[in-house]
Ligand binder design. Structure first.
Ligand code: ZN
Length: 427
């Protein structure tokens, strides 16, 4: 890489700082709340106008018929493409445009995008409109510096990542937008930190376990059969055998935080017996033996584990209880599953971003893996594209919190890393 072009590119980014701040603020001020999925068309139209002015070809894609898509809240996505005019590969930046609910505890306007002491505050600043803006600035600066580059640049802004991505990346992947013959490198600017490369994520299995009983008068429980007592046997067995088993399973994946470098299980909810009444109800509960009890489990698994083994562990535990506990009966239903994803450390997008981080920040990049999943799962499994990472500005811990913010210098540095990555892959 010629040093003059590299320094011109870095100067171009630095000169666009005010534009980057303004773009981030404009994006944050469009309240794309999910659920229910507000202003999706508005944010796509806003980005379409900007990118068309920069010479991008823009497609707006509605995920018609996808989960949560409706006429009241249509799931709109944007895919913009810029061709350099010479044959080469395509680098795709994918950001989700939805944000989670505001919640309590804010001291700034969640959709005001106030700039204070080098930080922009607001819902979605860090997760992930700051990353989206950084990728737009990086692409525009690169195109201005190297107009006759090889290949193509794509920028997408997609719906519903916060609720599984079915109306966003999953839909686009099913339609072939991430097919390996049209996209070769994917960078997802999620807020993993400007000096970290996220290679992938652990797997997920959600299931509902229900125990059965028989209803009777609470004064004569021996005439019924309590589903709650059966469930307590399940919970006891989990404590006795399942949690110790999971604590012993460790991964070579560099998951952060380190507590997530093992298999984990959360019990999301428990419901049994009479349904809870509305807050205004002033009566007493009725005396009944619970005939149903349900829990939802959230099992996070490792790349070293197989989903069928993960399910078999729980099935074996339940069958063991059934064999020894009189009248015990249960059902188990799958709710949701995601296979772990991890890009190789020597994949081209990884080594290129790694070298760019060293040039911009003068330090070694850290490789990390996310404890929870993000849209990489759909690009990997549906799109069959393995050359994919998450890389973007922001502090992950601030995501979904009150007074969420993104640092302007972090966005500038990340944009520089993204621009040098484009220069290396397409220059
Ligand atoms: Zn996100």
């Amino acid at each position: 890489m010629s040093d003059t072009i590299q320094s011109r590119l870095l100067d171009e980014i630095a000169a666009r700082e005010a534009d980057l701040v303004r773009l981030t603020q404009d994006l944050v001020r469009i309240p794309t709340l999910n659920p229910p999925g507000r202003c999706y068309r508005e944010i796509c139209d806003f980005l379409a106008a900007r990118l068309k002015a920069g010479g991008f070809h823009v497609d707006l894609v509605r995920a018609a018929g996808a989960r949560a898509d409706s006429d009241a809240h249509p799931r709109w996505n944007l895919v913009a493409r810029h061709d350099g005019g010479r044959p080469g590969e395509c680098v795709h930046f994918n950001s989700h445009h939805d944000v989670v609910e505001v919640g309590h505890g804010w001291t700034t306007d969640p959709f005001g995008a106030e700039l204070k002491d080098g930080r922009i505050y607001g819902r979605g600043t860090c997760d992930m409109k700051g990353g989206l803006a950084a990728s737009v600035i990086a692409a525009e600066a690169f195109i201005a510096t190297c107009p006759d580059y090889r290949g193509a640049i794509e920028i997408s802004a997609t719906a519903d990542e916060e609720s599984g991505g079915y109306g966003g990346v999953a839909f686009l992947a099913e339609q072939g937008w991430f097919a390996p013959d049209r996209v070769q490198h994917v960078i997802i600017p999620e807020p993993l930190g400007k000096d970290r490369i996220c290679l992938g994520h652990r797997g997920v299995w959600w299931a509902e376990i229900e125990t059965m009983g028989r209803i009777a008068h609470g004064s004569m429980p021996f005439l019924g059969d309590s589903a709650i007592r059966h469930m307590s046997a399940v919970l006891e067995e989990m404590e006795r055998t399942l949690y110790p088993l999971l604590a012993g399973k460790h991964t070579a994946m560099p998951v952060v935080p380190e507590g997530a470098r093992q298999s984990t299980l959360n019990i999301n909810s428990i419901h049994g017996g009479e349904p809870e009444q509305d807050a205004g109800y002033t009566g007493l509960p009725a005396p009944c033996v619970a005939d149903r009890c349900r829990i939802v489990i959230d099992r996070r698994f490792l790349i070293e584990e197989d989903l069928s083994e993960v399910k078999a562990e729980v099935a074996k535990m339940l069958e063991g209880i059934k064999a020894t506990r009189p009248q015990f009966d249960y059902e188990i239903r799958d709710l949701f599953e995601v296979i772990p994803s991890m890009t190789d450390e020597d994949a081209p997008v990884v080594t290129t971003v790694q070298a760019a981080i060293e040039k911009v920040l003068h330090r070694q990049a850290d490789f990390v893996v996310s404890p929870g999943t993000y849209d990489q799962k759909h690009i990997d499994r549906i799109g069959r594209l393995k050359n994919c990472i998450a890389y973007g500005p922001g502090i992950l811990d601030l995501a979904h919190q009150p007074d969420e913010w993104v640092g302007v210098q972090d966005m500038i540095d990340s944009a520089k890393v993204m621009a040098l990555t484009l220069r290396e892959l397409l220059g």
